[in-house]
Design a protein around this ligand. Structure first.
Ligand SMILES: [Mg+2]
Length: 274
């Protein structure tokens, strides 16, 4: 289908075709801590028309609980935790439902606190991550460089604490047992739109750094991976043909909707903030 420019006049007719809307968050609902003007009111108006929503973010740093607080702070009312799909949650869901790794297993993390929180909520024991033992200069005798044989998966995502101890310790797990420990990458985004007009490094830059270093590929649990879309459709009971994806990034959001045949193949909408 050819692209259609959404204007104030034709927006109503476009949204009327769909019952369910998947919203990207960064660059669509907010920029950093700040809401994009009038979006909350637009979402509220769609809700009054009976639309149902899921909020799908490739950001792995914030858990669903953190998202819930942010949505409330930005004026959204009545949302449920089950409507949020950050990739820290999809990583934990993949480990549990797709890989069926036994509950209680240890999982090595290169990433921020959101991944640790979602793994714990799913019943796993995160190692690495925000452990202050990794906030040290490189030391080849450091105990965190010794592979724990009980680690059953590795999750890598965005982190603002990227340092040599973290990448060196994570590499040991990616190489261990002939590279057989499952490697989950939260997303492939190179950058994201930050506050004050800054373009900032996103989780994909960390995931690809480690994939290159270990010479391995990874299970992608972020947009545009259909692992994530299938989980959302399943959890939310959405009708794929009546679902629209709204996002601001072609190679993740729009590909996500197109690959998933949302809206019968027409269910992707690119939102450009100006
Ligand atoms: Mg975005």
């Amino acid at each position: 289908m050819s692209p259609i420019k959404i204007t104030k006049d034709n927006a109503k007719a476009i949204f009327e075709q769909y019952n369910h809307i998947l919203f990207d968050c960064d660059g669509v609902l907010w920029l950093g801590p700040d809401a994009i003007p009038n979006v909350q009111q637009a979402v509220s108006a769609l809700e009054k028309q009976g639309k149902t929503f899921a909020f799908v973010s490739n950001n792995s740093s914030a858990s669903r609980n953190t998202y819930h607080e942010k949505f409330k702070r930005l004026g959204y009312k009545g949302l449920q935790k089950s409507q949020y799909f950050p990739t820290c949650y999809s990583a934990a869901t993949c480990i549990k439902e797709k890989l069926q790794i036994p509950i209680g297993s240890k999982v090595w993390v290169l990433g921020d606190h959101g991944i640790e929180q979602e793994l714990e909520e799913a019943g796993y024991v995160p190692l690495g991550g925000t452990d202050p033992g990794l906030d040290t200069p490189f030391d080849p005798d450091h105990e965190l460089l010794i592979v724990d044989k009980d680690v059953k998966a590795v999750v890598i995502g965005s982190t603002k604490s990227f340092n040599y101890m973290r990448i060196a310790s994570t590499l040991q797990y990616l190489l261990a047992d002939n590279k057989s420990i499952p490697f989950i990458g939260t997303n492939i985004d190179r950058t994201y739109p930050g506050p004050k007009g800054l373009v900032l490094p996103a989780g994909g830059s960390v995931v690809e750094y480690m994939a290159y270093t270990a010479d391995r590929r990874f299970i992608d649990v972020g947009k545009p991976s259909q692992v994530l879309l299938d989980a959302i459709i399943d959890h939310c009971k959405f009708d794929r043909s009546k679902t629209l994806m709204v996002g601001d990034t072609l190679y993740t959001d729009i590909k996500f909707g197109n690959d998933g045949n949302l809206g019968g193949g027409a269910g992707s909408s690119l939102l450009v903030s100006i």
